[in-house]
Every structure is written in C-alpha cells, then in structure tokens.
Design a protein around this ligand. Structure first.
Ligand code: S6P
Ligand code: ZN
Length: 195
C-alpha cells in the first residue's frame, strides 16, 4: 500500500524492509553501519579508582566496549538495535563497565538479550533504587521506563548483548555522570562483590 500523500506536499519517504546476519553464537553483527568504540580514556570519572584508570590509559588505553549499529532513524515508531560488546578487564578491583545512561525520553524501555559472557546489568532510578540483574548467555534483561542502565563484565570473555529500544529514546549521559550508580561491581579475592 502506498503511503498517503497530503495535497501539495511531497510523499513521505517510505523505508524499505531490510535484513542482516547476526551470529547469535559469537555475537557478531555482519556489516554494521557504525561502530562506536569507547576506550579507557573515554571513561574518566566513571570508576572509583581514578589512579588505576590513569595507569590503564598510560599502558595503552585499551578498548572497553564497542557498539555495532545499523542506521535506523531516531524517530518514534522506529526500533534501533545494536550489538553491545563489553570487553573483560578491571580498573583496580572494579569490573569493566559501560558508562550507563537514562533515556532522554525517560519513559522508554529497552530489551537486552545476552548472547555471550557473564556479568550484570546495574539499573537505578532517579530516587536511587538500584538493582543488579545477572547477565549470561540466553538471559534477557528488561529495562523498564525510567531506569538508568549500565552493563558490567565480571567474566574472562566479552559480555555481548543484542539491544533493542524505541527510536525516540535517546541517550541521557549527563545525569548519570553527575549522580553515578549507588552500586559498583568488584572482584576481590576471586569473588564478585557488589557494593
Ligand atoms: C542504547 C543501549 C546500548 C548502549 C550501549 C553502550 O539505549 O542501551 O546500545 O548505548 O550498550 O552503553 P552506554 O551506556 O555507553 O551508552
Ligand atoms: Zn539504553
């Protein structure tokens, strides 16, 4: 069916259907349109042990995570998707993690299907409720509206998830950069500690 055309205006651009290959064993998206790369030096101010982060930057500034995306317009009705690949590692005793964000349109949810690795999705509300949901292969985390979310890798291999969120959600990093999360994830004496 053709998109309706209002009198005197150009017909709205109709997006064509498309498909891609996503390897759900290895967590690889073939032919992404964009790869967002965040290194240790992009994570200043996020970890508890800032001196340990500085040492890591000086030792080669390793990649913390990569996000593989297709180009999908950030508009209501669209469903942007990505593969998020968070590498294993520690900053001091704290596990590698993503920056974390609220959605700019705070009342929008998100789905994270974990494909590989192990760790947590740490979620918080503006009034500081905080929950750590375990992530492991085939585990799906539902991020409800109004919860900021960050993934944390506690394992020895990349933590890989397939994420889908509403097109108008947007990323609000500013509030999390100011507030932080009430809970952090450490490995101490070989054990996970969330505090
Ligand atoms: C988008 C979704 C993911 C994250 C990605 C990186 O809503 O939650 O694509 O952007 O996992 O995390 P962050 O916190 O640096 O955006
Ligand atoms: Zn999100």
């Amino acid at each position: 069916m053709a998109a309706k055309k209002a009198a005197g205006t150009a017909a709205p651009q109709l997006m064509m259907p498309w498909s891609i290959d996503i390897d759900l064993v290895d967590g690889v998206m073939r032919e992404p349109d964009r790869v967002l790369v965040r290194r240790a030096s992009d994570m200043k101010g996020y970890y508890k042990d800032e001196a340990a982060l500085q040492r890591l930057i000086a030792q080669g500034d390793p990649v913390h995570y990569e996000v593989f995306e297709k180009h999908i317009p950030e508009q209501p009705g669209q469903l942007p998707l990505c593969i998020s690949k968070l590498y294993p590692g520690r900053v001091g005793e704290e596990c590698f993690m993503t920056k974390g964000h609220y959605h700019t349109v705070s009342g929008t949810a998100e789905i994270y299907l974990c494909i590989r690795g192990q760790g947590y999705m740490v979620l918080k509300t503006a009034d500081s409720k905080c929950v750590a949901e375990p992530m492991k292969r085939n585990r799906m985390v539902y991020v409800p509206p109004h919860w900021a979310h960050r993934s944390v890798n506690t394992g020895a291999e990349p933590l890989i998830s397939f994420c889908v969120y509403p097109g108008d959600a947007g990323h609000n990093y500013g509030d999390i950069a100011t507030e932080g999360f009430p809970k952090r994830v450490f490995i101490r004496g070989g054990k996970e500690v969330i505090e």
